[in-house]
Design a protein. Structure first.
Length: 52
C-alpha cells in the first residue's frame, strides 16, 4: 500500500511540475511532450522508491 501511495503522489508531483496551471481530467488531453516529461520524472521517482 505504501508503494501505491508514493507512486500516486509522484504522479501528482510530476503533473504539477509540468502543468502547474492546468486542471487535467484525462491523460488523453495531455500533449505528447508533457506526457514524455511526466513519464521520465515518474521513472526517476519509481527508481528512487525501489532503491529505498
Amino acid at each position: 500500500m505504501r508503494q501505491y501511495v508514493e507512486f500516486a503522489h509522484a504522479i501528482g508531483v510530476a503533473m504539477r511540475n509540468n502543468c502547474p496551471t492546468i486542471e487535467w481530467h484525462s491523460w488523453k488531453y495531455v500533449s505528447e511532450n508533457v506526457k514524455k516529461a511526466v513519464m521520465d520524472q515518474l521513472l526517476v521517482s519509481v527508481a528512487n522508491v525501489e532503491n529505498n
